[in-house]
Design a protein. Structure first.
Length: 358
């Protein structure tokens, strides 16, 4: 199949459309404006629905209604806009409605800036809104993955009846690369949704509700959600490992930073330092098994988490390593992105510190 040149935001749209997304609700904010722009053109062409909502709050509640009817629905925003959607996402999670939310992260906190950042990791992976819930969170590091992961996100959301999120920094959203598009899905092939409020007169009443007043009813409902999250953890952890088999220093990063970290690994190797890289593909569920496997090897001396934040994913890395090896952190924030040489030097410092602790 031939490839076409797309921005990351456009690739996300194509991944959604080609796997049956027929309803999009959004509101403009940089650096994801190309998503609603692209969907506003494409959705009417395929019999879908596009609505520019009056706010981010309205958009996520429109997703609640459309996805609750069984339609594959999506919304997108960037950092502060996703914050405004959190109440609706919590409601959707409680009601067990599958959908896809896209966050093209920008620098913060507050309105911040429009440059790439990864300061929304906690928000994405720890719930974000109120209550006990999780999203499946996929983190692409290329434009091809932006397309492929969005395509897969709809299937995962339907399989487990949970919201799924595409978590990409602003650079992935604005990057332009060749993409091989997946085939257009036949809507008749999509799985049945016997829970959907599809207006089938005369059949059992279907209710999708997040208001469960009685404690003895809410507790078992939340426990059922927990069983789903446990199943997701058991089945859906994904990571890409690069030269980790004999690595003395394991660098970990996701999104744009993972591309730079992989280059840093090659530089370190050329200098005689055995480096490797673990790139989480799912940041929820976190691929702790990949980290545990490296931590168990005698050759591995230290881990280095590199992020566009003050240090968020590093907490999950520490939990995964479980004290078996030291874990260090290097981050840039405010929209700044580390270059290859910064990561190389940070890895060398981590190895030196680990040697002193040994």
């Amino acid at each position: 199949m031939s490839k076409i040149l797309l921005h990351g935001t456009e690739a996300i749209c194509e991944g959604a459309i080609r796997n049956g997304c027929r309803a999009f609700f959004g509101y403009p904010i940089t650096p994801q404006n190309e998503v609603p722009e692209y969907m506003s053109v494409k959705m009417p062409q395929i019999g879908g629905v596009f609505v520019q909502a009056e706010s981010e709050v309205a958009a996520i509640n429109m997703v609640y209604g459309a996805a609750g009817s069984g339609t594959r629905a999506m919304t997108s925003s960037s950092s502060p806009g996703v914050s405004l959607k959190q109440e609706g996402i919590s409601y959707i999670a409680c009601a067990r409605i599958p959908c896809v939310v896209v966050n093209i992260m920008r620098a913060g906190p507050g309105l911040g800036g429009i440059q790439p950042a990864q300061g929304d990791y906690f928000q994405a992976t720890k719930g974000g809104g109120h209550g006990d819930y999780h999203l499946i969170v996929l983190a692409p590091s290329s434009v091809q993955e932006a397309c492929d992961f969005t395509y897969r996100a709809f299937d995962l959301a339907d399989k487990y009846r949970v919201p799924a999120m595409i978590l990409a920094d602003g650079m992935i959203g604005q990057l332009m690369e060749p993409v091989e598009l997946p085939p257009m899905r036949d809507l008749s092939e999509l799985p049945e949704k016997p829970w959907a409020t599809s207006g089938h007169y005369g059949k059992d009443r279907r209710v999708l509700n997040s208001l469960i007043i009685k404690p003895d009813e809410l507790e078992p409902h939340v426990n059922e959600l927990k069983k789903t999250y446990d199943e997701i953890y058991a089945n859906e952890r994904r990571a890409a490992c690069y030269k980790t088999e004999d690595a003395e220093i394991v660098i970990t990063a996701y999104g744009t930073v993972a591309r730079i970290a992989k280059s840093a690994v090659n530089v370190l190797r050329s200098q005689g330092i055995r480096a490797g890289c673990i790139r989480p593909i799912t940041v929820y569920p976190f691929p702790d098994d990949a980290f545990a496997a490296c931590a168990a090897r005698s050759c591995t001396k230290a881990f280095l988490s590199v992020e566009l934040s003050l240090g968020q994913m590093v907490e999950d890395v520490k939990l995964a390593v479980n004290g078996k090896k030291p874990v260090y952190f290097y981050g840039r924030t405010g929209g700044n992105v580390p270059d290859e040489s910064e990561i190389v030097e940070a890895a060398k410092r981590a190895l030196e510190s680990a040697a002193k602790q040994a």
